[in-house]
Design a protein around this ligand. Structure first.
Ligand code: MN
Ligand code: MN
Length: 256
C-alpha cells in the first residue's frame, strides 16, 4: 500500500503565498485526459495499491505531524503533496515512528538549512536544519542547489550535509542510498522556464529530464516523498501542475 495525502498549508512561506492551493491541482493534472497513468518504465499507476487520504487544510503548523501520523496506518510509504517546504519537517517526524534513521534526497534550488528565517525556526527556509538537529536523517543529500549563503555553507559543514551544487552537477555524483529513503522535491529546483508556478524564481535550474534521470536511477526502499512549493497563482497554463504530476507518477512507481 502507498498512502497519499495533500497538506494544504503555506503559512511558513516567507515571500509569497499560494502553495496551499497546490494539492488538488496536481491531482487534477495527474488524472487529466491529456495524458495517461503510465510512468516511463511501463508501469501504470492504476496497477498500484494506493490509498488516497485526500487533502487536509491545516490551521496550525503542529497539526501537520498529527495529521500525517493519522494517515500513516502502518510502515507503508507515504507520498505528500504540499504545501510550502516547511511541511517536510513534521512529515519526517511522523515517518520517524517507523523509520528513525532515513536517508534524504532533497532536490531544490535552496538548501533550506537556515537556523531561523525572519525570526521563525519553522520557516520554509529551515526544515532541513530542524531535521538534522533532531538526528532524523542519517544522510542528507541535496541536489540542484544554487543559492548558498555564507550562513548556509556553515550549516552544511555543521550538519555534515552532502550538498551537490548545481554548477558542478553530474548524474554520476549521486550517491547510493543504503538506508530507507525519503525524497523531497521542491518545484523551484527546476529552471523557471520549466516550472513558472513557484514563489522563488532561481534561473539556471534543472531541466525536467535531469530530474527524471535522478528519480529513475534510484534504487532501494523509498519510504516517503513530497512535492512542495508548487504555487498555482504563479503558473502559466498549468504547466507546473503537469510537471509536478509527472514527477509524482515517476516517484510513485518507484515507491511501489
Ligand atoms: Mn525548499
Ligand atoms: Mn526552493
Amino acid at each position: 500500500m502507498i498512502y497519499i495525502q495533500g497538506i494544504s498549508y503555506d503559512d511558513k512561506s516567507s515571500y509569497q503565498r499560494g502553495a496551499k492551493l497546490a494539492p488538488p491541482l496536481i491531482r487534477k493534472a495527474l488524472y487529466s485526459e491529456s495524458s495517461n497513468l503510465f510512468a516511463e518504465n511501463g508501469v501504470s499507476l492504476s496497477s498500484l495499491d494506493m490509498a488516497d487520504k485526500g487533502d487536509f487544510l491545516i490551521p496550525d503548523y503542529f497539526d501537520i505531524e498529527t495529521t500525517t501520523k493519522a494517515n500513516l496506518e502502518d510502515k507503508s510509504p507515504i507520498f505528500t503533496l504540499g504545501g510550502d517546504h516547511s511541511i517536510t519537517y513534521p512529515v519526517i517526524r511522523a515517518i520517524s515512528m517507523y523509520y528513525p534513521q532515513i536517508d534524504i534526497l532533497h532536490i531544490d534550488a535552496h538548501a533550506d538549512l537556515y537556523d531561523e528565517f525572519e525570526g521563525d525556526k519553522y520557516s520554509h527556509a529551515c526544515p532541513f536544519a530542524r531535521i538534522m538537529e533532531e538526528g532524523l536523517a542519517k544522510n542528507l543529500v541535496q541536489v540542484g542547489i544554487r543559492t548558498l549563503s555564507n550562513h548556509q555553507r556553515e550549516q552544511v559543514k555543521k550538519f555534515g550535509v552532502k550538498t551537490l551544487e548545481l554548477r558542478d552537477w553530474e548524474l554520476s555524483k549521486l550517491p547510493y542510498f543504503e538506508n530507507p529513503l525519503y525524497i523531497s522535491l521542491d518545484m523551484d529546483a527546476f529552471d523557471p522556464a520549466y516550472a513558472p508556478g513557484v514563489s522563488h524564481y532561481e534561473p539556471g535550474g534543472f531541466t525536467a529530464r535531469q530530474v527524471l534521470q535522478i528519480i529513475q536511477q534510484l534504487k532501494g526502499n523509498i519510504v516517503g516523498a513530497d512535492i512542495v512549493e508548487y504555487n498555482p497563482t504563479k503558473d502559466h497554463h498549468d504547466m507546473t501542475a503537469f510537471l509536478a504530476a509527472k514527477m509524482m507518477k515517476e516517484i510513485l512507481v518507484r515507491m511501489a
